[in-house]
Design a protein around this ligand. Structure first.
Ligand code: CTP
Ligand code: MG
Length: 227
């Protein structure tokens, strides 16, 4: 079985509030998207990496890495799940149903190769697959309006990160079945909707998603610390 990567990179980065989508902001001398792709290339396990890019994106063609021989471009969609599905379709002539696909956010540039190998080693004998996740340090409350209804049992609550690793055929079916459903904010949730039970694999806390302006400085700190 082969390994493929799909990188959704077609968001506008509204919460970042910058002059361009956050994946094109500079981080340690390169764009966030380049940093992310370099980590995936460095792992040296993927037959190809499909990057979903918005059709109105003027930045991607200018980036040297867009012509790398392991990198394929797919057209981004309206929601993240649409972009991921488009990425999957872009490799359909090459990928087999039983091949593994790792879906990884463009906005997570601090992913380590160690985490990629940890995910693959933990799940490659699994039937369904799973995701990197982190437990929560904070106590979590169930709230309605401004009223606390209860406290969640933290031992059962994990925060979903990426990469998320699933079989090509199963993931494509799940995302197609979930099309138009806004509750699908990650790949695992599409499989959960079909009654499947993806696994969690404990990830690293430095694998942050750049979401708000202060996250860029934090990502820079983590990249330096990882050297
Ligand atoms: N993404 C995508 N296609 C979309 C929406 C999001 O490929 N239609 C990608 C983003 O580029 C990002 C990842 O999905 O790499 C995670 O999404 P998020 O952090 O929400 O990024 P944005 O949607 O760009 O940010 P915001 O929600 O603040 O607008
Ligand atoms: Mg978003």
């Amino acid at each position: 079985t082969k390994f493929w990567a799909v990188v959704p990179a077609a968001g506008v980065g509204k919460r970042m509030n910058a002059d361009r989508p956050k994946q094109y902001l500079l981080l340690a001398g390169k764009t966030v998207l380049e940093q992310t792709l370099l980590r995936l290339l460095q792992a040296d396990v993927f037959s190809a990496i499909s990057v979903a890019i918005s059709v109105e994106d003027p930045y991607w063609p200018e980036m040297g890495i867009s012509s790398h021989d392991k990198i394929i471009t797919a057209a981004g969609g309206k929601e993240r799940a649409d972009s991921v599905l488009s990425g999957l379709k872009s490799i359909r002539a090459m990928a087999l149903d039983e091949d593994w696909v790792l879906v990884h956010d463009a906005a997570r540039p601090c992913l380590t190769t160690a985490d990629i190998y940890h995910l693959i080693d933990s799940l490659c004998d699994d039937d369904v697959g799973g995701i990197l996740a982190l437990s929560s340090h904070d106590t979590l409350k169930n709230v309605q309006g401004k009223n606390i209804l209860g406290t969640l049992d933290r031992s059962h609550i994990w925060r979903a990160l990426t990469p998320q690793m699933f079989r090509y055929g199963m993931l494509k079916n799940a995302l197609e079945a979930a099309e138009g459903n806004f509750a699908i904010t990650d790949e695992a949730s599409a499989l959960e909707m079909l009654g499947l039970r993806p696994k969690i694999v404990e990830g690293r806390p430095d694998n942050i998603k750049i979401t708000r302006p202060e996250d860029l400085a934090l990502a820079q700190f983590y990249l330096e610390q990882q050297q």
